[in-house]
Unconditional design. Structure first.
Length: 72
């Protein structure tokens, strides 16, 4: 999906591993991202990121990807 470019892998991971948290100082929502796969730390986060990556792969390679089922 990154076209063989290592810097593209980080961008794909960042795009698909976001989560929203409340900023403690402002009380506003702030998006956070995983910059390295070793920081995926909870089963919920891993499942969420996996689902997004699976969906992104299917969109990028519709003829090669296995069918995507939301929530699996």
């Amino acid at each position: 999906m990154a076209g063989g470019k290592e810097e593209g892998v980080g961008e794909i991971l960042k795009t698909n591993s976001f989560f929203t948290v409340k900023d403690k100082d402002t009380g506003k929502d702030a998006e956070k991202f995983v910059m390295d796969i070793k920081h995926l730390t909870t089963p919920k986060w891993i499942a969420s990121t996996y689902g997004r990556m699976k969906k992104a792969y299917q969109e990028a390679y519709p003829d090669e990807a296995l069918p995507f089922e939301e929530g699996k």
